[in-house]
Design a protein around this ligand. Structure first.
Ligand code: RAM
Length: 363
């Protein structure tokens, strides 16, 4: 089984390396996934992340929280890229997603371990800055992925903030039939990525008359915990009997919400960002979630590892210039919102009843 997973991952990585360019629609998020592989046809392969590492350089990845399959996929991509570059890889999960001291403790630990680069999915937009400055003063390259913070040299942005917000607003508009009540079930209240998407959703709705008949009743927070997300969904259903749509810009939240709504028999529709492997039973025209969006979290993790090396190698210049990372992909450098710089991995991709099963086999 481990070997099959490794093989599938390796195939995804090959596609992923092509896909990390940003800008244009990218193959791994927009083209058909690799074919399912018959395990009996597959050559015997060692898990590449088990291979001995020649260099004494180690890069680390810090996730938002443990037990979140999205984070685990991102970590897989990071590990694979480290293995391909021949550098060591350290993976850290903070004790919680809600107490920023937990991520601070993890970064301090990594400084003590002499890692050369850290990629962090930040649980707060600012509270990590001082610790990250200390890390940089020790010569550690600091980047953010998934969720940004000040103090980061570069944010590996999975998809543009406005692009994500636009598909979420349009999903709500469509699923509500253009008018009526909707709510947002988010992750932790300090999560930079969700907060940025929510703020951009507000701007999009305020700026266009088309959305004037949508009534955003409340935003609640499930903290990327399944039970809390379920409880918050039930509270919304009880509090707003006319609710038409719940929009969840979090893979943990959208799964808990879809299940709670389906189990209740309610006619509410669920929109948001979900992992196909977790959402396959809930996504189809006639199901609780007609369609949803995401991108390839494995690509995001892989791009982060390559970006650390590019920065450390001095390949990254000014805003508006390009650099080619060791995966052979050229990225355009943009100004960051929290981090100094950012690159965008690719556009959000729609999953529906037609394509969800294929993608569920990959992530
Ligand atoms: C959850 C996390 C993650 C986010 C995805 C969409 O897994 O909150 O940060 O990017 O959802």
């Amino acid at each position: 089984m481990k070997k099959l997973i490794a093989l599938l991952l390796a195939l995804v990585m090959v596609a992923g390396l092509v896909a990390c360019g940003g800008g244009e629609a990218t193959p791994t998020t927009t083209e058909a996934p690799v074919e399912n592989v018959d395990p009996t046809d597959a050559p015997e392969q060692e898990d590449p992340t088990d291979a001995p590492v020649a260099s004494d350089i180690t890069y680390a990845i810090v996730a938002k929280s443990e037990g979140n399959p999205y984070m685990e996929k991102m970590v897989d991509g990071f590990k694979e890229a480290c293995a391909a570059m021949g550098v060591g890889c350290e993976v850290k999960y903070p004790a919680t997603a809600t107490k920023i001291e937990d991520q601070i403790a993890v970064i301090n630990e990594l400084i003590g371990q002499n890692v050369k680069g850290i990629a962090i999915a930040a649980n707060d937009a600012e509270a990590l800055s001082a610790t990250l400055e200390e890390a940089k003063a020790e010569g550690i390259t600091i980047i953010t992925l998934d969720s940004d913070t000040t103090g980061s040299q570069m944010f590996i942005n999975q998809a543009g903030i406005k692009e994500v917000a636009q598909v979420l607003v349009d999903s709500v508009y469509d699923m509500a039939g253009g008018e009526g009540e909707f709510a947002v079930l988010s992750a932790a209240s300090t999560a930079t990525n969700q907060n940025a998407w929510i703020a951009a959703m507000e701007e999009i709705i305020d700026a266009d008359e088309k959305y004037a008949n949508l009534n955003w009743v409340e935003t609640v927070y499930g903290d990327d915990e399944s039970q809390k997300s379920t409880d918050e969904t039930q509270n919304l259903m009880n509090k707003y009997p006319n609710l038409k749509v719940i929009c969840c810009p979090t893979t943990v939240g959208v799964l808990a919400c879809a299940k709670a709504v389906q189990d209740s028999g309610s006619a509410i529709k669920v929109a948001g960002l979900g992992l196909p492997s977790e959402m396959k039973d809930y996504v189809a025209d006639d199901k609780v979630c007609p369609y949803m969006y995401l991108w390839n979290p494995i690509d995001v993790g892989s791009c982060a590892a390559y970006a650390i090396k590019a920065i450390a190698d001095g390949k990254v210049g000014e805003v508006g210039t390009e650099f080619t990372a060791d995966n052979g992909t050229t990225y355009t450098i943009m100004e960051g919102d929290n981090a100094e710089l950012q690159i965008i991995v690719g556009p959000p991709f729609a999953f529906n009843g037609e394509n969800i099963a294929e993608w569920a086999a990959i992530y």
